[in-house]
Design a protein. Sequence first.
Length: 114
Amino acid sequence: VQLQASGGGLVQPGGSLRLSCVASGSIVSMPTMNWHRQTPGRQRELVASVNTGGGAYYADSVKGRAAISRNKNTMYLEINNLKPADTAVYSCSAYETILRKSFWGQGTQVTVTP
């Protein structure tokens, strides 16, 4: 199983970004997919999660500004009104229930700066 994250970039404050995460390989059951972010010197933060039924979780730091969605094994995260505090490496993860293992994608850098 492989996860591939993309969509990061350089954005001005107030702008928007849409991140994508594509899971491929021997996937049978992957009920929940997650977005995380991390900045140097800080603990990794769970930003948002989505399950196969469309149920979603958002961290307080992005609630009201983010929308997570999922189409089978592809997950999206759109963040609006980006702030410099959103600058981080964003990575995706998922737990495959048959393999009983978590899989992580490589990070994609999001930089919010004037």
